[in-house]
Design a protein around this ligand. Structure first.
Ligand code: GUN
Length: 279
């Protein structure tokens, strides 16, 4: 049976470390979270971010805009927050409702306040080995690997999914850690064939039971980034947990795996932002 990577416990430890570092700063870090529309999943995420900030001693503000707000209103709000010294990080919860130009919105966030690390300047920094912020979900995965002494160096790492939020930066971080990286996506002809070669498999697609036991090499490390719902409405990932966990050496559960780590890494990035701003 696979060792279960406990994201919840590790996230608590990471947040404690952030809280400890926050106390040493000359000023309190501040995070602004913007939510547009009423996507229930986004609402849940945003609520938990508020709680995380409280735990870490980080000041937080939340802005809720209506789904039919003009994009200009959102851009002006971001500009306003860019100019405030008490706000170190700005996060716009994605996905944005239809009609919003995501790239234009993300470009408006000042790169020094881009705690999601989605601005092209920060993406470029990551790719060229000059990173300051690391996108939260892939950063959380790397922390989990470190905590369990899993070194990607020399391993075949297969990332399923190529999103800007997870797949692409995940591949970059594994590459930086000297893994041999393959990225798979919806046009990959034989997903199972590639996945079976993985020493470390990261799935970030959003399709329940996409990864089955026959696609796993014995003793692989399986990281499930997805958040889906099963027919009963229960949270689940991409991985068929029951069967895969009997074949893998390590596995992350959903919930209680990557999710809490993503949130903890946002706190860490906000701490980094405060330091960049001289606090
Ligand atoms: N939506 C899903 N994941 C994320 C994330 O990491 N950051 C933001 N801003 N929105 C998201």
């Amino acid at each position: 049976m696979a060792i279960v990577i406990d994201g919840k416990a590790l996230a608590a430890k990471c947040k404690q470390q952030v809280a400890c570092e926050v106390k040493k700063l000359s000023g309190r870090p501040g995070l602004a979270v913007i939510i547009v529309g009423d996507n229930p999943a986004s609402r849940t995420y945003v609520n938990s971010k508020k709680k995380d900030c409280e735990e870490c001693g980080i000041y937080s503000e939340e802005y809720a805009l209506l789904a039919n707000s003009p994009q200009q209103e959102l851009l002006e709000l971001i500009e306003l927050l860019n100019g405030r010294d008490d706000i170190d990080g700005i996060l716009v919860q994605l996905p944005l409702p239809k009609g919003f130009e995501e790239q234009k919105v993300l470009l408006t966030i000042h790169p020094d306040k881009d705690v999601d690390s989605f601005h092209p300047v920060n993406v470029g920094r990551l790719v060229t080995g000059q990173k300051r912020f690391v996108p939260c979900t892939p950063a959380g995965v790397m922390e989990m690997l470190r905590e369990y002494d899993i070194d990607p160096a020399g391993k075949h790492c297969v990332v399923v999914g190529r999103s800007n939020i997870v797949g692409k930066p995940m591949a970059m971080l594994l590459l930086e850690a000297n893994g041999t990286v393959t990225i798979c996506h919806s046009k990959t002809p034989d997903l199972g064939e590639v996945c079976r070669q993985a020493d470390i498999l990261v799935s970030a697609v959003g399709r329940r039971n996409l990864i089955t036991a026959d696609m796993i090499k014995d003793g692989a490390v399986v990281i499930d980034v997805a958040m889906n719902r099963d027919d009963a409405g229960k949270l689940c990932g991409d991985v068929d947990y029951a069967t895969v966990s009997s074949k893998a050496a390590y596995i992350t559960p959903v919930p209680g795996g990557v999710g809490p780590m993503t949130r903890a890494m946002l706190m860490k990035n906000t701490l980094t932002a405060a330091r960049i701003h001289g606090k």
